[in-house]
Design a protein around this ligand. Structure first.
Ligand SMILES: [Zn+2]
Length: 87
């Protein structure tokens, strides 16, 4: 568990609560962390298509920015280093 010297703010859009947990390295408040956790459980149980993950998708672009290997496509100096969809 990562500890922060100063309390980070939740990365969910418009949320100003203190980020007490992280999701894919992204600080989130307890409420948003739980919301996304439950949404993800439903998603992996095949109860919803990817594009219906309304909460996760709002922070997905932030996660992709800090974890480039998870991005759809990553290029470095014009060279493709990661092809999207490969885990
Ligand atoms: Zn929040």
């Amino acid at each position: 568990m990562t500890r922060f010297r100063t309390a980070p703010v939740c990365n969910f859009p418009e949320c100003t609560a203190v980020g007490r947990k992280t999701w894919a390295l992204l600080p989130l408040c307890l409420d948003h962390h739980e919301t996304i956790r439950l949404e993800t459980l439903k998603y992996y149980a095949n109860r919803m298509p990817y594009e219906h993950r309304q909460y996760y998708l709002q922070i997905a672009r932030l996660i992709k920015r800090i974890t480039p290997l998870n991005a759809q496509t990553v290029t470095k100096n014009g060279v493709l280093v990661n092809k999207g969809g490969v885990k």
